[in-house]
Design a protein around this ligand. Structure first.
Ligand code: DC
Length: 230
């Protein structure tokens, strides 16, 4: 297998700061930032629209195998980092609703869904020059990625960040509720049978607890220095 020299894999738990890090790194390198969680969200959305819920595993898996999900650089300037398309239809914002949030962990635990999404992610990743963000990129999707970063942060730190984010946007939030939901998602994500959240043996671990975004980016750039020179 050819090593994927121009692929950077960033994995880690929910709200660990992966997307912020990936956005900054991809801009710096002129790479495309591919958030693979969007794919599981797109399947969830499609299932909710078609069935009303995501409970029938066989139906959801069949659906996942029959739709084409694609991503591309943003064509609309509304704060998005990429366009997400399902069978050509733009679903970039529809996949970010609380209803999708509530159902996506279940969908991403279905083995058949993961198989279908892994195939689609490899198809897209092969375009190269990409920062791919997810839970299993360095372990399953592209185990030969040139660079692997695993971004860690404690549940409390992640809950604090999400809380601040919501408050800053003018919303209202309950810290304890956010913390509980982060812990619950961690548990689902790391205990599922297929591709549980785990750290690749050759991943560089960055612990972002108590660090600023700039500090995390600095640490990542040290790891990626050979990449910058290419
Ligand atoms: O990062 P996010 O919140 O958009 O991820 C949505 C869900 O998809 C989350 O439950 C984890 C899952 N996911 C996954 O299992 N594998 C990936 N490569 C990316 C996301």
């Amino acid at each position: 297998v050819m090593p994927s020299i121009n692929l950077i894999a960033i994995d880690g738990p929910a709200a660990s700061g992966k997307s912020t890090l990936a956005e900054i790194i991809s801009k710096r390198l002129g790479y495309f930032y591919f958030d693979t969680g969007a794919m599981y969200r797109a399947v969830t959305l499609a299932a909710l629209e078609k069935f009303g819920d995501v409970d029938e595993e066989l139906h959801v898996v069949k659906l996942a195998g029959s739709i084409k999900i694609d991503v591309r650089p943003p064509t609309v300037e509304d704060g998005r980092t990429m366009d997400v398309l399902v069978d050509g239809k733009d679903v970039t914002w529809q996949i970010r609703t609380p209803q999708v949030d509530r159902n996506v962990s279940k969908v991403s635990a279905y083995a058949g869904v993961r198989k279908a999404m892994t195939e689609q992610q490899r198809r897209i990743g092969e375009r190269g020059q990409m920062v791919m963000v997810g839970r299993d990129i360095g372990t399953v999707v592209f185990p030969d990625a040139a660079y692997k970063i695993y971004l860690e942060a404690s549940p409390e730190e992640r809950a604090r960040r999400r809380f601040t984010e919501i408050i800053q946007r003018g919303g209202s939030a309950d810290y304890d509720e956010i913390l509980a939901s982060i812990k619950k998602r961690d548990e689902i994500d790391s205990s599922r049978e297929v591709a549980p959240l785990s750290i690749a043996a050759d991943a560089h671990i960055i612990d972002s607890d108590g660090k600023s975004i700039d500090q995390v980016v600095e640490e990542a750039l040290v790891i990626l220095t050979p990449q910058e020179k290419m």
